[in-house]
Ligand binder design. Structure first.
Ligand code: ADP
Length: 182
């Protein structure tokens, strides 16, 4: 039985087995929660991301002469794990959320982020996992829809994770998740 907890705050301050990062396909760092995780977690996380990226199939990982990555990187909806560096966790699980589209339903991809992250957590043996509200920042997913997909997917996923903690950065996000749990 997985219990779901809600916390309002900064996910980089949580102590859990695994912290999930709303990464982008490059795995090479970005803004928002990704930037915060790399800042507080330190360079060990980025180093391992670089290695992971280099080990992706060649089509996902091609680089231009000079080293600029042009391959797509980690596909949307998938998840991979690295060390958590200086964070109070054992692992960071990086997952790539979909960019919101008004003309195409990408909810299956967002659900996949939660499911795949829990699958990776099970592989690692993580029992407590903190998630941010994936895709609701720069990727513009409407908070209400994102909260419903997040909560429904976690509830529907068979996992050995004992506690899923959604860590919501602001009150609006917290309230949206709280409405889904009621
Ligand atoms: P995405 O590209 O998937 O939209 P963002 O990082 O831009 O990812 O935003 C995802 C969510 O994470 C947003 O709701 C944003 O407010 C939130 N967020 C940003 N920084 C943090 C943090 N330090 N802890 C928890 N959530 C955060």
């Amino acid at each position: 039985m997985t219990t779901i907890e809600l916390v309002q705050g900064d996910i980089t301050r949580e102590s859990v087995d695994a912290i999930v990062n709303a990464a982008n396909s490059s795995l090479l760092g970005g803004g928002g929660v990704d930037g915060a995780i790399h800042r507080r977690g330190g360079p060990a996380i980025l180093e391992e991301c670089r290695r992971l990226r280099a080990s992706l199939p060649q089509a996902l990982n091609s680089v231009r002469a000079g080293g600029t990555p042009i391959g797509k990187g980690l596909p949307t909806g998938q998840a991979v794990a690295t060390t958590a560096g200086n964070l109070d966790a054992r692992w960071v699980i990086h997952t790539v959320g979909p960019v919101f589209s008004a003309t195409e339903d990408r909810s299956a991809l967002l659900a996949s982020c939660y499911r795949e992250s829990l699958r990776v957590a099970d592989e690692l043996g993580a029992r407590t996992v903190a998630f941010p509200a994936i895709s609701t920042g720069v990727y513009r997913y409407p908070m209400e829809d994102a909260a419903r997909i997040a909560v429904d997917t976690v509830r529907a996923t068979k996992t050995d994770v004992e506690e899923v903690r959604f860590v919501l950065f602001d009150e609006q996000a917290y309230e949206a998740f709280a409405r889904q749990l009621r």
